[in-house]
Each structure stands twice: as C-alpha cells, then as structure tokens.
Design a protein around this ligand. Structure first.
Ligand code: ZN
Length: 326
C-alpha cells in the first residue's frame, strides 16, 4: 500500500488517482476545481458521487465506476466527508488491509451537509488544511447567531453583501439567510447554478438571480446578496452606496478569519474543513497505524501527530523515504 507524491494510491495490483488524473482509475472527492483534474483528463474511469459530477458540470460517457465496487480484488466504497454537497471519502480494502482517504472533510454538521463518518483503517491519508495546533473554530451555530445580529443591524438602514466560495460556502450562506434571517438573497450566476444542483438533490434554497426581473425589484429595497468571495470588498460597497444611496455592509465567511487580512467589514469563522481538534479526533477514532498528511500544512500536521505518538508523515516525506529504501 503506497501513496506517491502525485496522490496516486497503489494497492494490490490497482492504481487509483486520488483527486489526481495520473492513473487510469481516478477518485474525485468533490467538485472544487483543485480536486477535479481527473474530469479534464481523457479516458479515465471515474469514481465520484452524482452530486459532484452535477456540480462540476461533468457528463459521464460510460466511464463511471459505480460503487461499492471491486476492481482487481480491491473493494471500493465512498462515505460522506461533510465538506460540500456530494463530497466523499474513499475506503479501499485489499487482502484484509484498509486504506482511507478523507478528501476535504469536517466533523461537524453544517446547514446543508452532514458531518463526515470516521473510517476505521490501517492507513489514513488525511487533509491538513488547518493542521496547526492553534486552529480551533468556534461553535458553528453560535457564529450563525452573531451573523444574524449583524445582518439585522445592517438591514435597518442599508444592504448586506456576503462572500464565499461559489460551491459549498455560498449555499450555506443562502440557507443561513433563509433560516435565520427569513430573507431570500440575491445571488450571481455561478452561485445560482450550484444552488439549483443542491435543490435537485433535496437541499431547499430560496434565492433570486441578481440579473432577473425579480432581482431588479429586490434591489429597490434593502437587500442581502451572496457573491463569490473575491468580489466582496469595501470598494464594491462604496460603489453600490453611490448607485443606491444607502450603506452596504460586507462580510466573508471563511476559516481563515483570524489568520489573514480581508478588505471587508466583518469576517466570520465558518469553514467547510476540519479544524485541528477535528483532525486529531478523526485520526484517533480511525485507529490508523500509519497516517499520511496531504493538502495544506502537511509537514506541520505530521510533526504534531508524531508528537502525540502517531506514526505520521507528510506525503512528500513518504516519497523520500521510499526512494531511500530503494
Ligand atoms: Zn474543497
């Protein structure tokens, strides 16, 4: 059992690209563009959820592997990862040994996703986006209460702009505005497309296209909007204030809230990734004997895990060790 630097798993006689197009069989954990490379590569057999394929706009042409499946004596199964709609982990078993890849995951429920299931395994490949020991997110529902107060205040004499990733965060922001603030926000094109996919798979979201006639009507009153994160900044608020003659508040929802500077009025710590405590919780509950850290702060996370007595290494370190042993 081995994972190379290109994120390709070798297990039995089978090779599987893990969010990587470097094998003939590829697993796509979710629809964020840094994980969908296999969908752009030619002639790959794809393991992915229907939700992921719909969000990525991918039309399968007989190249889907339906799971659970057995390929070359390797048993494959997908499990929830709790990251965004349709995001999955991969469990692969061969000859009594179990491998698990978390993909991007979190161990807490969101408004539009259920938390990840922990996979008991021998070897665990785990993401380390927030693999620093100080990174702990507050209770999500308490943050939503704070956000509600902030929206209510902003709507008294103006409008409110939220920014987030177009797939995942934006839909949770729409759901938050529906459920906590009882408003249907304006959304831009790509976010609306993803909202429609969420709805197709049973997640009810009430939003209005910013470019529709209904959207134009909404803009005449105080309104809320959910836009891609890179569009929301104070400069946009100032421009809109000039057009509509009322103040605009800006906010982002991101796990980087306390770590990076953003040009907005408020940053709320809502993440679709596991924080450090969730990563440790997953590792311990998985009972993995070998842990490989990937995606993000992998060297640091591997060090932290080793200091807690785990057999852990960063993905790159695993490659170096193998080369030395050859
Ligand atoms: Zn992601």
């Amino acid at each position: 059992m081995f994972v190379d630097e290109g994120n390709v798993l070798s297990l039995g006689g089978q090779k599987i690209g893990l969010d990587s197009g470097d094998a003939s069989v590829c697993f796509v954990s979710h629809a964020h563009s840094d994980h969908t490379q296999p969908l752009k590569a030619r002639g790959r057999k794809i393991i992915a959820s229907s939700e992921t394929l719909a969000l990525a706009g991918f039309q399968a042409n007989g190249n889907l592997v339906e799971t659970p499946a057995v390929l070359d004596e390797v048993e494959l199964k997908m499990l929830e990862s709790g990251h965004v709609l349709g995001a999955k982990q991969l469990r692969a078993e061969h000859d009594g040994r179990v491998f698990a890849y978390t993909g991007d995951f979190k161990l807490r429920d969101g408004l539009t996703t259920k938390k990840a299931e922990v996979v008991e395994c021998d070897t665990l490949l785990i993401e380390g986006t927030y693999g620093e020991s100080g990174t702990i997110f507050p209770d999500r529902m308490l943050v939503f209460e704070e956000m509600k107060k902030w929206v209510d205040e902003g709507m008294e004499n103006g409008s409110v702009l939220f920014g987030g990733y177009a797939i995942g965060k934006a839909q949770e922001l729409v759901k938050f505005l529906n459920d906590y603030c009882r408003v249907a926000p304006l959304v831009s094109g790509k976010i609306e497309q993803a909202c429609r996919v969420y709805e197709k798979f049973g997640v009810k979201l009430d939003c209005v296209s910013a470019s529709s006639a209904e959207g134009e009507e909404l803009k005449k009153k105080n309104f809320t909007a959910v836009l891609p994160h890179y569009q929301v900044e104070k400069g946009l608020a100032a421009k809109l204030c000039g057009v509509y003659g009322k103040p605009f508040r800006t906010a982002l929802a991101t796990g980087w809230a306390n770590k990076r500077m953003f040009d907005v009025d408020e940053v709320f710590p809502i993440s679709d990734h596991a924080d450090f405590a969730e990563i440790i919780e997953y590792v311990e509950a998985s009972k993995a004997k070998e842990i490989i850290c990937c995606h993000g702060n992998e060297e640091n996370l591997a060090r932290e895990l080793r200091s807690r007595g785990h057999n852990a290494r960063a993905r790159g370190e695993a490659m170096q060790m193998r080369l030395v042993s050859l």
